[in-house]
Design a protein around this ligand. Structure first.
Ligand code: EPU
Length: 337
């Protein structure tokens, strides 16, 4: 465990941005983490997990602590359920696949989401009709100033759409070290409600899908639309799908009758930002090495040597074009550093 100086973060963020950390250290256990926090109490710190949901627009003038805690185990079980605890540094997708191999169900719809287990609660990751909050029991988190470990249960995390307490009042105060999920051992709740999954399964002639079939279908859909960060730098959806009032939606709809939406409540609807970006003519748009992905307009990509600033400038252009055309503001889902 040694501090490295002027350290390139290119391989530590899925956008592949070559920003530098003034100081960098990787920790592999909660004891190491505690020690680093104690020994560097007065330094500015920046916590880095899988680097899959951030855009680095500048070098980081702080001690970057990379959370590399590994391990997963069953901590409790009953006839129908299993409680699995995973350390924060476990790769999310590998964790999903491991659970499917054990026939533990509940997270298969979230196959192939980049990032590590420890960051999944922060933005309540979700895809294809499932969210972390549906199977999340609790997480342990170390308070940065006191090094005390606190357990947050599901309610305490205040989950919302791509939201949690860790993006709000607990921001920059805690480091999540492990997460417990409650999964099914039998009677799996197979969730194929999301249009494309059903279509994908039908194309393979599957009528009674297993959790593995659902995972395979999600993987196939994601691979057809979403770029692999190892091949093309990206951070998944760059923007959130905006939630607007039904009143505003109805107004927009008079000018754009073909606009799509999902119901959120009686008074609010969610509008697919990817659709609006495409309608604004930006799908596949490229400026230098920064681009809007050609197969999913919600995703911004780095074709090689884009800087974080290049991507940020492109994101502002996208926001402006969507606002001009639809009168709807879209905000970044990715953390802009
Ligand atoms: N659409 C377009 N053009 C595009 C992209 C989308 O017309 O370029 C339309 C689609 O045809 C569809 C609608 O917009 O009618 C929604 O598209 P899609 O199903 O691809 O999902 P999304 O709303 O764009 C969200 C999540 C993704 C998640 C998918 C599937 C957010 C911000 N994004 O995207 O999550 O994989 O649903 O559940 O909620 C991520 O957060 O990084 C992420 C990839």
């Amino acid at each position: 465990m040694t501090i490295q100086y002027n350290f390139s973060l290119k391989n530590y963020n899925t956008f592949g941005i070559d920003a530098k950390a003034n100081e960098f250290i990787a920790v592999h256990s909660t004891d190491e983490l505690k020690k680093v926090l104690q020994e560097n109490a007065n330094k500015k710190k920046f916590i880095l997990g899988g680097g899959s949901n951030m855009l680095l627009t500048q070098d980081i003038d702080a001690l970057v602590i990379h959370i590399d805690l590994k391990g997963k185990k069953v901590i409790k079980e009953d006839e129908n359920h299993v409680w699995v605890e995973a350390q924060a540094g476990e790769n999310w997708h590998e964790f999903v696949l491991w659970n499917i191999e054990q026939n533990y169900g509940g997270i298969e719809n979230m196959s192939l989401i980049p990032g590590n287990v420890g960051t999944t609660p922060v933005q309540n990751i979700g895809a294809y009709g499932a969210e972390i909050k549906d199977t999340f029991i609790s997480c342990k988190a170390m308070q940065i100033t006191t090094q005390e470990i606190k357990t947050f249960n599901n309610g305490e995390c205040k989950f919302g759409y791509r939201e949690s307490i860790f993006k709000q009042e607990a921001k920059d105060q805690y480091i999540i070290t492990s997460v417990v999920f409650k999964l099914t051992k039998n009677n799996h709740k197979i969730n194929t409600g999301y249009g494309d999954i059903q279509k994908e399964l039908e194309s393979k002639g599957i009528t009674q899908p297993t959790i593995k079939d659902v995972s395979d279908a999600v993987i196939a859909i994601r691979q057809s639309k979403l770029p692999d960060p190892k091949e093309l730098g990206n951070s998944g959806s760059f923007f959130k799908n905006p939630i607007i009032s039904r009143e505003q939606f109805n107004k927009t709809k008079t000018q754009h009758p073909e606009i799509k939406h999902y119901d959120v409540s009686e008074t609010e609807v969610k509008v697919p930002a990817g659709w609006m970006i495409e309608q604004a003519g930006l799908k596949g748009y490229r400026d230098g090495d920064a681009g809007v992905h050609a197969r999913q307009a919600l995703v911004l990509v780095n074709y090689g040597n884009a800087t974080g600033q290049d991507i940020l400038n492109l994101s502002k252009l996208v926001q402006k074009k969507v606002l001009d055309k639809f009168g709807i503001a879209i905000e970044a889902e990715v953390n802009v550093i």
